[in-house]
Design a protein around this ligand. Structure first.
Ligand SMILES: Cc1cc2nc3c(=O)[nH]c(=O)nc-3n(C[C@H](O)[C@H](O)[C@H](O)COP(=O)(O)OP(=O)(O)OC[C@H]3O[C@@H](n4cnc5c(N)ncnc54)[C@H](O)[C@@H]3O)c2cc1C
Ligand SMILES: NC(=O)c1ccc[n+]([C@@H]2O[C@H](COP(=O)([O-])OP(=O)(O)OC[C@H]3O[C@@H](n4cnc5c(N)ncnc54)[C@H](OP(=O)(O)O)[C@@H]3O)[C@@H](O)[C@H]2O)c1
Length: 272
């Protein structure tokens, strides 16, 4: 007998099954988890894969998920929302170590170094779970080798929603190997919009008002020569940030045509 939840049990029959090794709940609507990594899986930090569980109808129920761990990690990490009535996350939020999930080993995505032209200052701009691909890229040595400055702006409604990112950044700075690579290159700027915090405001407002530059002591303004950016949030966020970057003369890039910035949706839909 096993106490594995029924919803996760049938995945053991699939070749794409991976075993959950760790689960951490950050708030009542956010959690992260780690799973075993298929030996054959190669990916670029910042890419996403399809993961899921077996649905009630006996067919896999899959959703796109950014891999939050870096390409060198032995395991795979994911950072997830819990949508109360969400077909996948209403069940996925109950996984425990030892359970199995389905993982299709076909990584894709545009939030990768290859899609950006060389630059000096990299902006990682996220709302909510849009932090996930940057959790990978922040732990990727290439990020620190390629840029003189990396500015991580992450905005959530409430302070507790920043915790995953805050812990990750704190550990990164203390890490013997990557901490040395980072040196004084990392400028972390977490903000909230609906609860008091040391720094507040939307990413868009803090960029256009110049507040983020002043608060962090950065050279003001965005230029196509110096600045590169990766954007990951709701559709509205992505559209608004993209407009700011384009107004500064930056051009969107892609894997096939590297540019000054790249964009990926953190989720499809307008909100829960
Ligand atoms: C390229 C890509 C990468 C993604 N990476 C992640 C990731 O790393 N972590 C993650 O949690 N989700 C991620 N998502 C969203 C994910 O695919 C699912 O939508 C999410 O797991 C919810 O699944 P569900 O079946 O429970 O609900 P769904 O039916 O998929 O979603 C129901 C509604 O919930 C809202 N919603 C869904 N996901 C989110 C979210 N992440 N934040 C806020 N509101 C949301 C939307 O309004 C959506 O219409 C990604 C989506 C895309 C397109
Ligand atoms: N976060 C929660 O505590 C919470 C709790 C229960 C349910 N929900 C629901 O979950 C859904 C997703 O919520 P979420 O908080 O993850 O995502 P969200 O609504 O996209 O908000 C995340 C952050 O992005 C900011 N933002 C939104 N649109 C923006 C834009 N166009 N430009 C710049 N910044 C922008 C928000 O600022 P503003 O605050 O200024 O909009 C907020 O700080 C929503 O439908 C919500 O009703 C959220």
């Amino acid at each position: 007998m096993t106490d594995t939840p029924a919803s996760t049990r049938p995945a053991t029959l699939l070749p794409d099954a991976q075993t959950v090794t760790e689960v951490k709940h950050w708030t009542d609507r956010l959690f992260s988890f780690r799973v075993t990594r298929p030996q054959s899986l190669r990916f670029r930090s910042g890419e996403f894969v399809m993961i899921g569980l077996m649905g009630e109808n006996g067919r896999p129920l899959l959703r796109a998920y950014s891999i939050a761990s870096p390409a060198w990690d032995d395991e795979l990490e994911f950072y997830s929302i819990k949508v109360p009535d969400g077909p996948l996350t209403s069940k996925l939020q109950h996984i425990q170590p030892g359970d199995q999930i389905i993982l299709r080993p076909k990584p894709v995505g545009t939030l990768v170094h290859d899609a950006l032209l060389p630059g000096k200052r990299l902006w990682l701009l996220a709302t909510g779970t849009g932090f996930a691909p940057f959790a990978s890229l922040l732990r990727e040595p290439e990020t620190w080798e390629k840029y003189d400055q990396v500015v991580m702006m992450h905005t959530c409604r409430e302070v507790a929603e920043l915790a995953y990112g805050q812990e990750l950044v704190a550990k990164l700075r203390e890490d013997e190997l990557i901490g040395e690579l980072i040196g004084d290159k990392l400028f972390y700027y977490p903000t909230t919009t609906r609860e008091d915090f040391s720094h507040m405001g939307r990413v868009t407002d803090n960029l256009t008002s110049g507040k983020v530059f002043r608060d962090l002591g950065l050279e003001e303004g965005l230029t196509a020569e110096r600045d590169r950016a990766m954007i990951c949030g709701s559709l509205a966020f992505n559209v608004d940030v993209k407009a700011i970057l384009e107004a500064a003369g930056l051009r969107e890039g892609a894997n096939s045509d590297p540019g000054h910035f790249v964009v990926e949706k953190a989720f499809v839909g307008d909100g829960i």
